[in-house]
Ligand binder design. Structure first.
Ligand code: BDR
Ligand code: CA
Length: 330
């Protein structure tokens, strides 16, 4: 874990605010190394209005009600109806234990408009961190084709190179929800880091981390409370042990340099947009593995395959010392 930073990383998070998205937002609010410029919302784990509501509530809870939230697309690029993953994140996207009240309001701009506007104002400074389906980012590219020259880079939670998928044998959820948008985003000429299941399935919260959270202040108690449902899902259907993934928070941590990749080749990546069994697969050219990944013509996608240790401890210590919520979270 590396925590010695001088400049803060300015980031816009794009979230389908379920449980691990909440971890990502809390990390971005609490880590002193991060400047959270805004949060844009998307469907995926829940429908977009619920993602917007959850995002506003979590920011208010963390005393960051001044961070702008922009409501995003409500379905995939191909016009299909959104099909949320309530069975993983609960009906409210907060493990069925979210707060009753509603705090704050979204800005009067769409997610795509907000992204373009913020990046035009601060050219070269902002890291886009989409941790849901990539519809908003594809729309932002449509609105401003020069966007790749206006951002610092893009760190996506999504895809998988060598690890099985989590929606189909080969596809990860965020890419599978909108492969056409992902295709647009991966083709755009900007540096992308694909934080896929190769690493996110291995960075895990254990019971000792939840014990720590429950012994901390109200913010960490809330995080522990809403994670129970999500943890049960992972124990029952994935690990057969009490282990919980932190998917989206890992993308935030990597984008801000809080954790570093030990192996992260820059390779060509293509998204399968066919309607066959490969739909939504991120096809990563890792053939250079036996030669320490020599440069590939046109490659602009980094694929972390192995990370430094320490993120679950860092995250839970940060949460446990965050104090009590700025608003009523009952
Ligand atoms: C991704 O899908 C969603 O369930 C999570 O929030 C994460 O962004 C993992 O495949
Ligand atoms: Ca997500």
């Amino acid at each position: 874990m590396s925590t010695s930073h001088t400049a803060k990383t300015a980031m816009i998070l794009d979230c389908d605010t379920g449980v691990d998205d909440t971890m990502a937002i809390m990390l971005a609010c609490l880590a002193p190394e991060i400047e959270l410029v805004g949060v844009t919302t998307i469907w995926g784990n829940v429908h977009t209005p619920i993602a917007t509501r959850n995002t506003l509530n979590i920011l208010a809870m963390c005393g960051k009600g001044d961070v702008p939230v922009a409501h995003g697309a409500e379905g995939p690029s191909n016009g299909d109806i959104a099909d949320p993953a309530y069975f993983v994140h609960g009906d409210d996207g907060q493990g069925n234990k979210g707060m009753k009240a509603n705090y704050g309001k979204p800005v009067d701009m769409s997610a795509a408009e907000f992204i373009v506007d913020a990046c035009r104002k601060r050219p070269g400074e902002i890291e886009l961190v989409p941790v849901g389906p990539l519809t908003n980012i594809a729309l932002a590219l449509q609105l401003e084709p020069n966007l790749p020259n206006l951002v610092r880079g893009v760190t996506v939670m999504g895809g998988t190179a060598l690890t099985p998928g989590n929606v189909s044998p080969v596809a990860e959820a965020n890419i599978w929800h909108d492969p056409e948008a992902a295709d647009v985003v991966f083709r755009a000429q900007w540096p992308i880091t694909m934080v896929g299941l190769d690493v996110t399935m291995k960075v895990l919260l254990e019971p000792k981390h939840f014990e720590k959270m429950n012994n901390g202040g109200g913010i960490s108690k809330y995080m522990a409370r809403i994670t129970e449902f999500y943890s049960d899902f992972y124990e029952k259907y994935t690990y057969n042990k009490p282990l919980t993934t932190m998917h989206d928070a890992i993308a935030v941590a990597l984008a801000a340099g809080l954790v570093k990749a030990k192996v992260s080749p820059c390779v060509n990546v293509e998204v399968d947009i066919t309607n066959g069994p490969g739909r939504g697969q991120t096809v990563c050219d890792l053939r250079g593995v036996y030669m320490n990944f020599p440069p590939q013509e046109g490659a602009h996608c980094y694929v972390p395959l192995e990370l430094e240790d320490g993120l679950p401890d860092y995250f839970t210590n940060l949460l446990a010392s965050a104090g009590d919520p700025a608003v009523d979270v009952s």
